[in-house]
Design a binder for this molecule. Structure first.
Ligand SMILES: [Zn+2]
Length: 429
């Protein structure tokens, strides 16, 4: 039964005038008791706030964190290597390092879901730290540069030496992508004898802290005439380990549809906005049914720009259909770092200039990537998460962008990295 105002008036009309004061006293007393019960908790909260000493504060930036739906001007405080608090005018002590980022964007540390950073161990590898300095990236995902036969070297000589976080999809091919250069180009998935699912399972199990999935490349250039066989073999390893799979696609065979129908919820299709043939749209610019079905099933669509895998024409058609990529990644390697991919912020800028909303662009390199990795502590500025942040600015002007088929686009904005925070400390020079 609900008691309304009328009932209360009716109830009070029966109380003699001389007792009304007592009734009021009673309610006041009740209120005080209630406050007294709550007071220690409130007091404790205030004390925690008072005691929180920040090691580092990013002051006054526009914080965009799609994982929390945050887009406002405030400070980000770091403590103990982690994000400690978002707020206005966070208190600084004498030992607190501070950086004024007024007029800049502060976003979670960028994740580039598709890179090749086995520098020195593979011909396509680039130096992760050099790349991240100019690209605003704090987490590089290496996608299959190493396979089970050479992952140990990647781990010891690159991953463990790097200030930038490196996680990896392990290639199902024994030596990963071992012959990818201007002069020697051999598809590692073409020779089925090199595919080693049992070894991949063993190496993935032994390196669960850094291996987050299984990689395979299929397509005329990566697997010759083997069709979907390498993909089916890679899926065995992915199923056995319970890890997601990232599948590369290039020219047919196999077709875009044949690849998609094999992918499971949570698996990633990279090079998703590639040019014809094997584009996600038909020649009339309609999104293929297989693409829509796969998205509904939970397949993740990643850009993976690279040297041959991103076309403005495809991207325009997809965006016109309201089909945004889940993640934007550079697929940076030795043959595309001097163009057309360049770096992650350039790849992001292309989408911004094609009309993708800024917050969606940021989500596509932060929280969405973290979801694909199943690492919710990344790609976010929630208190307690890894203390990584990227500071960006957006320049206005006329900027030339180029895709993999040589089409140029003039854009009116350019996203520029102004520095990164890694593990709660300023890292960018
Ligand atoms: Zn790649």
């Amino acid at each position: 039964m609900r008691i309304g105002l009328i009932d209360w008036i009716w109830f009070f009309s029966f109380i003699p005038q001389k007792y009304i004061l007592c009734v009021n006293c009673f309610w006041t007393l009740l209120l005080l008791v209630e406050q007294a019960i709550e007071f220690p908790q409130v007091f404790a909260k205030v004390r925690v706030w008072e005691r929180m000493v920040f090691d580092f504060i990013l002051r006054g930036g526009r914080v965009i964190d799609p994982s929390q739906g945050v887009d406002e001007i405030m400070d980000v405080g770091f403590s103990g290597g982690k994000v400690a608090r978002l707020g206005i005018n966070l208190p600084a002590e004498s030992r607190t390092e501070m950086r004024d980022v007024t007029g800049r964007l502060v976003v979670p540390g960028l994740i580039d879901l598709h890179t090749h950073v086995y520098w020195g161990g593979t011909s396509l590898g680039i130096d992760a730290q050099d790349f991240c300095r100019k690209s605003g990236v704090t987490t590089c995902i290496d996608t299959g540069s190493a396979g089970p036969g050479n992952f140990a070297g990647f781990r010891k000589h690159v991953i463990e030496q790097s200030a930038v976080r490196i996680l990896a999809y392990l290639h199902v091919s024994f030596a990963g992508i071992y012959a990818f250069s201007k002069t020697v180009m051999v598809g590692e998935s073409e020779e089925l004898r090199l595919l080693a699912p049992a070894d991949a399972v063993a190496v993935a199990e032994a390196n669960r802290d850094v291996i987050i999935g299984i990689k395979v490349r299929v397509g005329l250039r990566a697997s010759g005439r083997s069709g979907t066989a390498p993909l089916d073999i890679a899926l065995q390893a992915a199923n056995q380990t319970g890890l997601p799979l990232m599948c590369h696609i290039d020219e047919p065979p196999p077709s875009y549809e044949e690849v998609l129908e094999r992918l499971r919820p949570g698996d990633v299709l990279t090079h998703a906005f590639r040019p014809f043939p094997n584009a996600p749209v038909d020649p009339q610019g309609r999104v293929k049914d297989a693409v829509l079905r796969a998205r509904q099933r939970g397949v993740h669509f990643d850009i993976g720009h690279g040297k041959g895998s991103f076309a403005f024409k495809t991207a325009r058609a997809m965006l016109a259909n309201g089909f945004l990529p889940d993640t934007i990644s550079s697929d940076i390697h030795a043959l595309c770092i001097d163009g057309p991919a360049y770096d992650q912020v350039t790849t992001l800028s292309k989408f911004l200039c094609m009309g993708m909303p800024l917050n969606d662009v940021i989500a596509a390199t932060t929280v969405n990537a973290a979801m694909a990795l199943r690492r919710p502590e990344l790609g976010t500025l929630k208190p307690g998460s890894v203390g990584d942040a990227t500071i960006l600015s957006i320049k206005q002007g006329e900027f030339d962008y180029v895709d993999v088929v040589g089409e140029h686009m003039t854009g009116d904005r350019r996203i520029v990295s102004e520095g990164v925070v890694i593990a709660g400390h300023w890292w960018h020079p």
